[in-house]
Design a protein around this ligand. Sequence first.
Ligand code: ARG
Length: 459
Amino acid sequence: MSVARSGRFAGERDPAFVVLNSSLALDWRLWREDIEGSVAHAHALEKARVLSTAERRAVEEGLAAVGRAIEAGTFVPRDEDEDVHMAIERRLTELAGDAGAKLHTGRSRNDQVVTDVRLHLRRVVERQDGALSALQSVLLGRAADHVETLLPAYTHLQRAQVTSLAQHLLAYVWMLDRDRGRLAVARDACLELPLGAGAAVGLNYELDREAVAAELGFDRVSENSIDAVASRDFVLDYLAAAAQLGAHLSRLGAEFVLWSSAEFGFARLPDAFSGGSSIMPQKRNPDAAELMRAGAPRLAADLGGLLGVLHGLPLAYNTDLREDKRYLFDAVDCLDALLPVVEGLLEGLEFDDARMAAACDAALAATDVADYLVGRGVPFREAHHLTGALVRRALDAGVELVDVSLDDLRALSPAFDDGYYELHDPAAALARKRSRGGSAPERVRDQLELARAAVAARA
Ligand code: ARG
């Protein structure tokens, strides 16, 4: 007899329906939290005199035994159990008899499941936040070594102006900082206890919800029973954070792919994170970086999937809601697999400073030329136009900007003088980017301090 099959039904369920209806593949990983939640619920039932002390003890011992069996791999649920909650309760009742059969008093799987998922997700978020903090530390360490390493900044994937490798890497530290802020929002949403809402409308029992919350580490209880069982925005908060994190990791992965190509040659990916080809023996493929890129659509789809489930869904609980775990755990697994790889890649990446510097060609100083003309009284729009004409002439003549003669410069504008020739050293151009948040080494050193403080503040 299945726990959920009441006397209302005449026959057994169709086997095809049993398979469809089983959510064990989706929710089995919640077993630990399900047991923890049940222990706290048993305490509340004892306090409300639904369970005697002896019965509460039998329930606790039974649940502990089920937990041990699951851990040892000796308790395997059956499809007929339908979900993790019923599998555990069925086994508990086999072990503890009537005491076990009383455990579900004043509780529904509807408030039980969201309690379990919140408990579980809180731990996931803490673990993944720790992984992001480790990523930030690696990025900070590598950035600190490359404050003066020249790198072209790109817009439209065209070389734009000179920056440093540190400035580029630090951009990701700030993205991850905001990702961690969004994860913190998701974590906070997991701190509201739904248990005590019952199936939808509340209970016929006065259970001490605050005590249950305190026992399980929640910091508040939900104030509306329907909201408690019907809402999944705490999962959406996580999936939204994961999707944005995925977008950030994907941009980083895409840059690793570009940088490690022969065409760029800015970096070499570690062997331990590179793949080969089954036919081309010379190949060294950036598989790990490509999978960083591919994580983004998967995580975005997980968010979109759950939004789709919730769209137009009438209150309160509907079986559609069990699909929340399909999307949630896919995102969790995606990030759990990616984050250690990203860390390894960042640690093992070998930068080719000379290639990066060589890519900072003379044309990158064009904006500096325009600003130089501005300093000599030329309005910026005119300076921009003049410099563009200068670039075209240099290209037509097949010379670098820095090799145009002073006579030719003055033919374009009398504002030019000898100072023009000092503009083209990329290190000097870097040092001029002194605005707050800019690429100048002195500014980037300040920024490193701020970024370290931001990482520490999230700890
Ligand atoms: N396993 C379900 C879920 O994951 C919980 C069961 C909800 N209640 C019900 N009567 N079907 O959401």
